[in-house]
Design a protein around this ligand. Structure first.
Ligand SMILES: [Zn+2]
Length: 100
């Protein structure tokens, strides 16, 4: 078993730290991201990988900055799946929004 990989996965397993990752990534605060990754016992690469997995692409972040919205993990109103919401107005996952 690869203990290193196992240790890196653990900090984000329950999703409770995702909002902090979202906020710091949106702010582009590298020092805070480094401090955060140290605090949760992982490294910046693992935090970046998590941010990418959540859907925090450069394009997505740019749209949120321009619109002044705060992205957040939300449960879709239609299918209840967790998805990365662009802001308070965005309550349906992409799959459901397309069908709406
Ligand atoms: Zn949905």
């Amino acid at each position: 078993m690869d203990l290193g990989t196992e240790r890196q996965k653990k900090p984000f397993r329950d999703g409770s730290r995702d909002q902090r990752i979202i906020d710091l990534t949106l702010a582009g605060d590298r020092a805070a991201l480094r401090g955060f990754s140290r605090k949760v016992g992982t490294d910046i690469a693992a935090v970046r990988a998590r941010a990418k997995r959540l859907g925090l692409t450069p394009g997505f972040l740019k749209n949120c900055r321009l619109a002044g919205t705060r992205p957040k993990m939300r449960a879709c109103l239609r299918c209840d799946d967790r998805f990365l919401s662009r802001g308070a107005h965005n309550r349906m996952c992409r799959r459901c929004a397309r069908r709406a």
